[in-house]
Design a protein around this ligand. Sequence first.
Ligand code: BES
Ligand code: MN
Ligand code: ZN
Length: 501
Amino acid sequence: MKTTLSCSNPAEIETECLAVVVVDRGEKDKPAPAVLGVDQAVQNAAAELLSSGEVSGKMFETVVIHRPEGLKARRLLLVGGGKAKDFSSPELRKLAGTAVRFLKPRQIRSLAFLLPGMPSGTADAVKAVIEGAYIGDFDPDTYKSDRKDQHIQEFTLVAPAGADRSALDKVLAEARVLGESQNFTRELVNEPGNRMTPSTLAERARKMVAEVNSPHLSIEVLGPEKIRELRMGAFWSVAQGSDEPAQLIVIRYSPPGVPEKPVLGLVGKGITFDSGGISIKPADGMEKMKYDMAGGAAMLGAIRAIALLEPRVKVIGIVCATENMPSGKAQKPGDVQIAMTGKSIEIINTDAEGRLVLADGLAYARQLGATHLIDAATLTGAVVVALGGVNAGVFANNDEMYARFEKAEQRAGEKMWRMPLDEEYREQIRSGIADIKNTGGRYGGAVTAAMFLKEFVEDTPWIHLDIAGTAWTEENKSWIALGPSGIGVRSVVEFVKDMAG
Ligand code: BES
Ligand code: MN
Ligand code: ZN
């Protein structure tokens, strides 16, 4: 998808479709739909339909006017934005996605989207629309024989006359990087386990680094021997059961002339398929466990964006990639493993494997010099019970880092909710035979998983994202396809930009 900015008069734009936002300015049950924007020609073209009572402006409503009078566009698409007073950039992001997803299957390949005036400013609106357009343009139908490669080819954002063109072009370029990086993540997550093994994931990471082609970005992939040599006993305990060789993906982003510190470590769970291991999962829904590498893929997407946007801060990305499989070599409940830090772990349930691979990934990031850590993982079913598919769970051992991360989430428009890490929860992962055990019982499962990780980050300021409920969108929505969501990419990048000052 090509995205460009236009400051032309909307009436003069020759396009297959001009999309505009309609909000409801009315009271309670009396809708008063109005086009958001000041352009008189567009207002006139929509006036008759808006006064007809056929349109209410409710969220995601879509109505097309063919050959709109007074406009050069062949169609005018009205996209409902809901109540005027509640309208802000998260809604706008979804409306841009809605316009794209509405037009794509109708063989429309180019559209112009009229930027509404927003209280949060024009730049914020440009960012939301472009990100939303990329999100909407993604479909997970790669393996369908009758796939018609439905993509929007040209997306033109129409900015108000008199806008600061060069400033907005910069915002657009940045939003494009974010949108494309999020879709890169979604492509990885969408692949099935037989086509996305740990080796494939490493290959895709290598390819991404080659394509970004930045002198400040480098990648190294460590195989099973190196993983054992580094004494990553927790990571290896999961990897040992699979015939697919585990891969430790290490990417360094090191721009010239920046201070030695801080160094941000981005650690991702890269379980390319989670069968549960010997503590095998029920068959029902097991196919979904191909997305158990979504945290790792999110970190790869974030690093892609970081390398392209060049913030002035050092970043190390680590993805611990392996399958979790039952076999004659697989670890068993009751086994005791020694993590890289020397901590001993009693394995209670081999299905609690994410925390095991992350334990060594986090420790390794610290060993490589990370002064701050963020990890992302589809870690627990418990976080799905707690927060459903709406919010990702965020855990933090440092309030200052959390405060900055919370602002980054908000700028990114990704929904997350902070969860606790009180010392009292530690009791649940005490073991009779080792330093800790890898499960904490039925209650507070997302928290005890995070407490387990905390043992390996020690005092390093750290954010943990449990994206088990949010990495996969369970149904088709007007602005996003069913499938991988790419959650985490934008928040992490916003955080890094802020960290770089
Ligand atoms: N990958 C799963 C968590 C998960 C569940 C991701 C649902 C996406 C959707 C994780 O490895 C897992 O199996 N966790 C167990 C932990 C339990 C054994 C303590 C769980 O949540 O059931
Ligand atoms: Mn598991
Ligand atoms: Zn898992």
